[in-house]
Design a binder for this molecule. Structure first.
Ligand code: NAD
Length: 248
């Protein structure tokens, strides 16, 4: 098992990509703090039950990553329970899509607060813990659209591009403490986030993917697990596309 005895906090782990990462980490022997901010808590409880049924320990936090204080509390409660935090995955994210002419100010602000400030909040509080341990992994979920842009997603692309700057800066700051910081840039992954797109747009997007299919959450979970493991220990400041070739 790649993550035997380690502890991880995964934001946005109630469904989609975060859920797949949580279950893969648990399969690899990791205890998991599961964060989410859903109205419907059943999905998060289901992930909790799946993790514990594999014999791992779990914590469940219904908390908003855009809140500095709630983020701090999640890190401190995780460390209280397990005495350490080996891996942080900043996965929580939202969309509020619109063309710039009709995009509301609050839609720009909320996407920045959750997708970028949330990653800052969590990383800031985790960095102190990991620095004291002289060991840690931070993995940020960006997006391929951070690299190539996307019409109707100026707020989302700006936040996800910000994540890449955050990743590279933290990689430089924290390397001397043996903490690696990397970003994943998924392409079109089938989750609730992309589920509401019109069928014709999905088919159009699929035509732009050289591998000819949409990605699944598990396609992302594998590489996140590798980066979190000892095998990924010499990789830092990297942005890895998981997009079937879409962003080439
Ligand atoms: P999803 O909508 O299925 O799940 C989002 C998760 O984030 C949920 O667990 C939700 O509770 C959580 N969340 C939302 N707001 C939160 C907040 N304020 N605080 C804490 N948790 C919050 O999304 P997904 O498709 O699984 O996406 C996961 C990540 O991957 C996101 O960062 C997304 O931007 C990114 N991504 C997704 C795709 C894709 O095609 N699905 C592509 C590239 C990047």
């Amino acid at each position: 098992m790649l993550l035997s005895g380690k502890t991880a906090l995964i934001t946005g782990a109630s469904r989609g990509i975060g859920r797949a990462i949580a279950l893969e980490f648990a399969r690899q022997g990791c205890n998991i703090a599961i964060n989410h901010y859903d109205l419907d808590e059943a999905a998060a409880n289901e992930v909790y039950n799946e993790v514990t049924s594999m014999g791992r320990e779990a914590l469940l936090f219904k908390s908003d990553v855009s809140s500095f204080e709630q983020s701090k509390l999640m890190i401190s409660e995780t460390v209280s329970k397990w005495g350490r935090l080996d891996i942080l995955v900043n996965n929580a994210g939202i969309t509020r899509d619109a063309l710039i002419i009709s995009m509301k100010e609050e839609d720009f602000d909320r996407v920045m607060q959750v997708n970028l400030k949330g990653a800052f909040n969590m990383s800031k509080h985790a960095a102190g813990v990991m620095a004291r341990q002289r060991q840690g992994r931070i993995i940020n979920i960006s997006s391929v659209v951070a690299l190539i842009g996307n019409s109707g997603q100026a707020n989302y692309c700006a936040a996800k591009a910000g994540i890449i700057g955050l990743t590279k800066s933290l990689a430089r700051e924290l390397a001397s403490r043996s903490i690696t910081v990397n970003a994943i840039a998924p392409g079109f992954i089938e989750t609730d986030m992309t589920g509401n797109l019109p069928e014709d747009l999905k088919l159009e997007l699929q035509k732009k993917i050289p591998l000819g299919r949409c990605g699944q959450p598990q396609d992302v979970a594998g590489i996140v697990c590798y980066l979190a493991s000892d095998a990924g220990g010499y990789i830092t400041g990297e942005v890895i596309r998981v997009d079937g070739g879409m962003g080439m």
